[in-house]
Unconditional design. Structure first.
Length: 138
């Protein structure tokens, strides 16, 4: 019994340390974090949330350049402008109201055209549209 009393605090400490997600590279919010055009590439852009608003920053060499205007959390009707036949497969999206940028998070099991089998995201940028990958922020 004495051994159990000595081990219990250590076990609780270990469980607390293992259950904390502070060290994980990804956010619980699927629209927040760093994203790259390839699964093994460094981040091309990141999405931060500040004061209830989302902002995108683009990687420029060794610095991040933040866009001054907040992104807009798209409604389902706005999503349907981009994915006319597949809007119901999009879980959530952020778009720049002036155009030129959007990030779309798919529902589990989404099968729409252009979706990479190993990514749950697609981005729309000035250079085109395609799959993007949640990656660790460096």
């Amino acid at each position: 019994m004495r051994t159990l009393r000595l081990l219990l605090p250590g076990a609780l400490l270990l469980l607390t340390a293992c259950s904390s997600d502070a060290g994980l590279p990804f956010s619980a919010d699927p629209l927040q974090g760093c994203f790259a055009t390839g699964a093994r590439k460094p981040a091309d852009f990141r999405i931060d949330k500040e004061g209830g608003q989302y902002f995108v920053s683009f990687s420029r060499g060794d610095q991040w350049q933040r866009e001054p205007n907040a992104l807009h959390k798209a409604t389902s009707s706005e999503i349907s402008r981009y994915f006319r036949d597949d809007a119901e497969q999009i879980d959530s999206a952020l778009i720049r109201m002036a155009g030129g940028f959007g990030i779309f998070h798919f529902n589990k099991g989404a099968t729409l055209k252009g979706k990479a089998s190993d990514s749950d995201y697609m981005a729309l940028m000035l250079i085109g549209a395609g799959p993007v990958y949640a990656v660790k922020c460096d």
